[in-house]
Design a binder for this molecule. Structure first.
Ligand code: SF4
Length: 452
């Protein structure tokens, strides 16, 4: 069993995978087409999975294939056929959840390393002991347990790797075991197609009946009137604990969970023998990948070196990216009503993702940006870079240029020299060849952001 703390990042496509490693991830997990959750946000095909494995192994890092659906009968045969092919790529492990499929794979391919998915809802040491007997090498713990429980699991079953989620979305249901999305949009969370219906806007109505009219109620829409004002629920066994069901002009967000942020608990998790720290969400931007990987890397490095880390600075960085408000999930205690963000289903964001740095020109001291969001002259931008100490100093943008496209020369062959550059006031997403002033090289994979 390894002792090194592993930063495990999601990779929805090859670009995000490269950013994850540029920002010092130790491993990534990627979806297997058809057989992983988040099926709709997975850009990998069987062919690109092979490319991904070769790339990751060339860096000396690890890659896990996520194949964690609960299969219906019709998917068992196709799964097993594809499994043979996936195994021939030699990923470092498969993340699986279906006990039937695991059983078959363990018997037919005992050499395959299997990590048990969070979908299997591993909440206690007896389950973990069971999976160890089956031959599972790592258990990804349920998001609904505390660090104290994790510690007990390790004490009872010491010889198995434990992985825990530290960042991103939490289901209001037990990690994906939910049918809201099936009912409302015919998309099954357990087949990887959740539509996040729990976060939609719902309105609350009451039946407009006078006392005694209940028997003659038709149940038709005209019997119902939308509630006004603010309403609170009180559960009979918990007098005085009021749960708001406020409604704005859009609706109410009773089931809209805040996001998980475990940055304050990295040391406690390591002390509880968690060896892999997992970040969720394969369809987020490279800005998310860079920022979250960089932040947790700093915390993990400090914990491994036996040093303190600045939780305020690191959580500030995590608040800079889009989030629904953070809680530490169940790591420290049951979050009760704080787990839900009732007021709206939008995002907080302190920094806007402006673009990716594509190149740097030493002579002109300018860097080329792939623009993701509009920015203007005199805007103040900052750089997030894998190589510099934390964020680069803030830059005021004094020059935005485009390559002069007046002549017919192929753009890539035009020198980035003053005479070939046209000054601009604004850069828009999709602008062709944008360069900004940049006193020193921000390096490959740098990200540019702007304070909101
Ligand atoms: S609808 Fe919400 S609670 Fe249900 S699986 Fe999807 S994200 Fe989770």
């Amino acid at each position: 069993m390894e002792n090194k703390l592993e930063l495990l990042m999601p990779a929805g496509d090859m670009e995000k995978l490269k950013y994850a490693f540029a920002y010092w991830a130790d491993a990534v997990y990627v979806g297997v087409p058809m057989f992983s959750l988040r099926a709709r946000t997975n850009a990998f095909t069987m062919e690109t999975l092979k490319t991904a494995v070769d790339y990751v192994h060339s860096l000396g890092k690890k890659i896990y294939f996520t194949a964690n659906i609960y299969a219906h009968n019709s998917k068992i045969k196709p799964f097993l056929a594809q499994f043979e092919k996936m195994l021939s790529y030699w990923p470092d492990a498969f993340i699986m959840s279906d006990p039937g499929l695991i059983n078959i794979v363990r018997k037919s391919h005992p050499e395959a390393v299997i990590h048990l998915s969070v979908q299997a809802n591993n909440t206690n040491w007896a389950q973990v002991a069971f999976w160890k007997e089956i031959g599972i090498s790592r258990v990804i713990l349920s998001r609904e347990i505390s660090i104290r429980e994790i510690k007990e699991i390790h004490e009872m079953v010491p010889d198995i790797e434990l992985e825990a989620f530290v960042h991103w979305a939490i289901c209001m249901a037990y990690s994906g075991r939910c049918l809201i999305s099936n009912y409302l949009s015919n998309r099954d969370p357990n087949q990887g197609t959740c539509s996040h219906s729990c976060r939609w806007e719902y309105k609350v109505f009451k039946e407009e009946l006078a006392p005694g009219e209940l028997e003659s109620a038709t149940g038709r829409p005209e019997d119902y009137k939308q509630l006004e004002w603010s309403y609170y629920l009180e559960e009979a066994e918990r007098p005085g604990e009021f749960m708001p069901i406020d409604e704005d002009e859009h609706g109410t967000y009773l089931m809209n969970s805040r996001d998980l942020m475990g940055i304050d608990y990295v040391k406690e998790l390591a002390d509880a023998w968690v060896i892999s720290f997992k970040v969720e969400w394969r369809n987020k931007t490279v800005n998310y990948v860079a920022s979250v990987a960089r932040t947790y890397r700093e915390a993990l490095d400090a914990v491994e070196a036996g040093k303190e880390y600045d939780t305020k600075k690191l959580s500030d960085e995590l608040f800079s990216i889009a989030n629904r408000g953070y809680i530490p999930g169940f790591l420290a205690w049951n979050p009760w009503a704080n787990a839900q963000f009732y007021e709206r289903n939008g995002w907080f964001q302190e920094k806007l993702f402006i673009g990716k740095v594509l190149a740097y020109n030493e002579e002109t001291k300018m860097c080329k940006i792939e623009v993701k969001n509009k920015f203007e002259l005199d805007d103040t931008l900052d750089f997030l870079s894998p190589t510099d100490a934390w964020q680069e100093e803030v830059k005021s943008i004094k020059r935005i240029t485009n390559i002069n496209r007046a002549n017919d020369t192929e753009i890539s062959k035009i020198d980035v020299k003053d005479e070939n550059l046209v000054n601009e006031q604004v850069a828009h997403p999709g602008s062709f060849d944008v360069w900004i002033n940049c006193s020193k090289n921000p390096w490959d994979y740098a990200i540019v952001r702007k304070k909101v």
